[in-house]
Design a protein around this ligand. Structure first.
Ligand SMILES: Nc1nc2c([nH]c(=O)n2[C@H]2C[C@H](O)[C@@H](COP(=O)(O)OP(=O)(O)OP(=O)(O)O)O2)c(=O)[nH]1
Length: 332
């Protein structure tokens, strides 16, 4: 359903550029017919004295020329300037834009609001949206912004949007010819996505079980070809998934690997292995289980063997399992 703003907005086809929306604003390209409002808002000493490129008084001719230059800059890829439009009224309340550095590696953020619209969070709202769009739409790695050293409100705005102070300097402001005024520089770096690099000592929780049959033999499964530690004999089990209890993981693994059904209550905690492997640290609680439903069958291509406790040593096992063998032998 078209909202009020759409009905107040100039013909979208006339807009040679994107329209960005926030909860209260639309940021749209400036049009030649905006010149009168643009001029009325900007021709204010309190605004011009804070903008490096604005003379004072700010003439109507300059307003028209500035809007035309903004359109040319957009076409040439030099800048993206927007009128900030109140979504409730369709009224222009200020401007914000990005001036691209050569090669589009960075862009400079600029903005101003008509004096009646100060102190209501419009600047932060517009700047946030522009920043978000800038990083999404261009391969820039950094945004910069410069404010007059005494413009505390603007410095605070930038910091609320995520900019960090990056130094001080001085700059000519057109409304005060002949002198350089102190400025503060700010930058905002593109967020580098955090890539989850597995840490060498990341703990991997694996759960395993010694299934013990009526003769007191223990079931071992041989790790199939193609897996790490292929050929080693291990206790059935596997990784505990996120949100799973060790018991639930074991019930699942025994069903998947061996086709047997086990009740969590029939799993008795026995011992654990804690072992540093090359790329992770294994933490493996080992349960004992004497009751299950079904006949264990190799569902995943593994060989199975029922082994008496005193013969476990004859089966090559992963290094993490070796300390478990005497414990099982002594206990059973
Ligand atoms: N199930 C089981 N795993 C063991 C034992 N001893 C031991 O070091 N492990 C290691 C081998 C594996 O790195 C890990 C078990 O994970 P897993 O069975 O879910 O995974 P996997 O390596 O077989 O295969 P994949 O699913 O990651 O491809 O724990 C053991 O006695 N039983």
């Amino acid at each position: 359903m078209p909202d009020l703003l759409d009905s107040l907005m100039p013909d979208m086809h006339a807009l040679a550029g994107p329209v960005l929306r926030t909860s209260r604003l639309a940021l749209r390209p400036l049009l030649a017919e905006d010149a009168a409002v643009f001029h009325r808002l900007i021709n204010d000493w309190e605004i011009c004295r804070r903008l490096p490129d604005a003379p004072f008084p700010y003439s109507a001719t300059l307003a028209t020329a500035w809007i035309a230059a903004a359109a040319a800059d957009r076409l040439a890829g030099r800048a993206e300037q927007f009128a900030l439009v109140d979504a409730a009224t369709g009224e222009i309340i200020g401007c914000a834009g990005l001036r691209m550095a050569k090669g589009h590696k960075s862009a400079d953020l600029g903005y101003w609001l008509g004096r009646a619209f100060w102190g209501q969070g419009y600047g932060v709202e517009a700047a946030r949206r522009l920043v978000e769009w800038a990083f999404a739409a261009f391969p820039i790695t950094r945004l910069t912004a410069t404010v007059a050293a005494d413009n505390d409100a603007s410095a605070a705005l930038l910091q609320r949007v995520g900019f960090l102070p990056s130094g001080k300097g001085s700059q000519i402001f057109m409304c005060r010819p002949g002198q350089k005024l102190p400025v503060k520089h700010f930058t905002l770096e593109r967020e580098v996505p955090v890539v989850a690099v597995p840490r060498k000592n990341a703990v991997l929780l694996v759960v395993a079980v010694a299934l013990i049959d009526a003769q007191g033999k223990i079931l071992l499964a041989r790790r199939p070809e193609g897996k790490k530690m292929a050929g080693m004999w291990e206790f059935p089990g596997g990784k505990v998934e996120t949100g799973e209890t060790p018991e639930a993981a074991l019930v699942r693994e025994l069903h998947e690997e061996l086709g047997v059904e086990v009740a969590a209550g029939d799993l008795a905690p026995f011992v654990f292995a804690s072992h540093p492997y090359e790329s992770f640290h294994l933490l493996m609680p080992v349960f004992l289980c004497r009751r299950w439903k079904g006949k264990p069958a190799p569902k995943e291509g593994q060989a199975l063997a029922w082994v008496a406790p005193d013969r476990l040593v004859e089966y090559p096992m992963p290094p993490a399992d070796r300390p478990l063998i005497p414990m099982l032998r002594d206990f059973l």
